[in-house]
Design a protein around this ligand. Structure first.
Ligand SMILES: Nc1ncnc2c1ncn2[C@@H]1O[C@H](COP(=O)(O)OP(=O)(O)O)[C@@H](O)[C@H]1O
Ligand SMILES: [Mg+2]
Length: 496
């Protein structure tokens, strides 16, 4: 459609210059006839020869006039039609954001040359301000996007691309809802827009979902975009990624909870320990007293002893959970050696269950500082949880009955870490349990199968090693545990 406009205009200008040329030709002819007619009239009785010469002169004059008019017509076309066409093309491209079409300034100091110069200057400053805007858009950490009145995305900054993983081509024109996690109410956008309309802005927490389906905790500020007339033409949303901050908050809450539970657990454990020792020694004494042939009584006493022993292990775990471990005993640790040792201890059971272990232990890992035994305790617990989850999902041998153990080096918030991942394809963790798994005594295992202390102890150990432990899981599909431990750079303070 645009092209047609250019063509139409070119044709009009061409006709205009042709009309102009024709007018010059006609005018020249008219003047030539007039001058020669007057010259003839001045002679009273012109001879045939004089008339003939006059006519001859007229023809030459008209020819020269026509020739000159043609030349000026062509010059006119070249000097005006072409630059005007370029100018219009340039303006139309600029209107759709292409500021590259500068025009050669025609020679001379005519108004038209000045117009072209002004146009080129305008183009240069538009390009500069567009670049500036683009830099602002790029430098911004927050995702910036605009939507139309119906909530369709119209503008998408580079920072949005970084945060959500969608390119401009993939997302422009799509509904803003595409970015929201399915957990958000579907009519939230309408509410946001209404509130932005009434109060000028809406702000609040939104759970987004990036192109890979991972959740992002965002803080969104939505404002209206208005025309000069006051009419709302769309909305501007600025989204800040709060995922890391949220995780840190959660870890702090968890650490606080653990500290108070630790105190409680230590108190309870001590209180139970003494009477328990009494029960156990008395039961053992009774066992000896009861004659061997009173089978029923022997059976009962054996049960008492077994159950008391079980309580003893739980109490031991509790004490373990609450104990302030001494970081002065930390040594330089090779995490792959700890993994190997933990695997050796559980290997027999894992083989019996026909679980396939895939190890992706990369190049020699940098050392971390810590306690071999404690880290081994963490890994054994993670291995045992994975084993349980895999056995629950696949009671029989299966090709997906696998556990992937991967190590890596990563850098996060300026610190280097050794990362260990345990990725099992077991039953996974239901979403509503995700914030409970580190709680002492939380277990989904059947009675007698788990104490629910494994992860809370592991959490404490990792915390004391200044590391982090995170779970990512999908119910029925997988669980991925990520343990990050700071690389020993000789600057970790001991004995804190
Ligand atoms: N790999 C895993 N797959 C599925 N669920 C897991 C996994 N690891 C931990 N969990 C969940 O976390 C709970 C707590 O684990 P933990 O503290 O080790 O206690 P326990 O193993 O005694 O149940 C488990 O009962 C289970 O519900
Ligand atoms: Mg466990």
């Amino acid at each position: 459609m645009e092209k047609k406009k250019f063509g139409g205009l070119g044709l009009r200008l061409f006709i205009l210059t042709q009309v102009f040329t024709t007018l010059i030709v006609l005018a020249t002819g008219f003047f030539a006839i007039e001058i020669n007619r007057k010259a003839l009239l001045r002679r009273r009785q012109p001879t045939i020869g004089q008339v003939k010469r006059t006519l001859e002169n007229m023809r030459i004059e008209v020819l020269i006039g026509g020739f000159v008019a043609c030349l000026s017509g062509i010059a006119l076309t070249l000097a005006i039609t072409k630059p005007i066409k370029q100018l219009i093309e340039g303006v139309q491209s600029a209107a759709v954001g292409d500021f590259t079409k500068t025009i050669d300034v025609p020679p001379g100091q005519f108004e038209f040359s000045q117009l072209v110069q002004a146009y080129n200057q305008m183009l240069a400053s538009l390009k500069k301000s567009e670049e500036h805007l683009r830099k602002v858009f790029y430098a911004a950490d927050d995702a910036i996007m605009t939507t139309d009145r119906e909530g369709r995305i119209t503008l998408w900054s580079e920072s949005s691309e970084r945060m959500f993983g969608y390119s401009k081509d993939q997302i422009v024109g799509k509904d803003l809802n595409t970015l929201h996690s399915p957990k958000m109410k579907p009519d939230l956008i309408r509410q946001m827009q209404e509130s932005a309309m009434k109060k000028g802005r809406w702000q609040g927490e939104i759970i987004y979902s990036n192109s890979k389906g991972h959740s992002i905790d965002g803080w969104c500020v939505m404002t209206t975009l208005t025309e000069e007339t006051g009419e709302i033409v769309g909305y501007l949303s600025v989204v800040r990624d709060m995922t890391e901050k949220k995780q840190m908050e959660m870890q702090l809450i968890q650490a606080d909870k653990m500290a108070s539970l630790g105190e409680l657990a230590a108190g309870v454990a001590h209180e139970i320990n003494n009477p328990l020792s009494g029960i156990l020694s008395n039961a053992e004494f009774l066992q000896e007293e009861i004659p061997d042939d009173s089978e029923e009584q022997q059976e009962e006493i054996r049960e008492i002893i077994e159950n008391s022993q079980r309580i003893k292990t739980i109490v031991q775990d509790l004490l373990n959970f609450s104990r302030q471990r001494d970081s002065k005993t930390y040594t330089t640790l090779d995490i792959s050696a700890v993994i190997t040792s933990s695997l050796n201890l559980t290997e027999h059971q894992i083989q019996l269950d026909r679980i396939k272990i895939v190890k992706e232990i990369g190049d020699p890992l940098p050392f971390v500082r810590g306690s071999f035994n404690q880290m081994e305790q963490v890994f054994i617990n993670l291995l045992s949880n994975a084993r349980y989850a895999l056995n629950r999902k696949f009671p029989d041998p299966h090709e997906d009955k696998t556990l992937l153990i991967r190590t890596d080096q990563v850098e996060e918030t300026g610190r280097k870490y050794v990362r260990v991942e345990f990725h099992d394809r077991g039953i996974g963790i239901p979403e509503e349990d995700m914030d409970k798994i580190f709680n002492p005594f939380f277990t989904s295992k059947e009675q007698g199968q788990g104490t629910g202390l494994g992860l809370s102890i592991s959490y404490n150990i990792i915390q004391e090693h200044k590391g982090t432990i995170r779970f990512d899981s999908k119910e029925g599909e997988y669980t991925k545990v990520t343990v990050d431990l700071p690389i020993d750079e000789g600057d970790i303070e001991d004995g804190e």
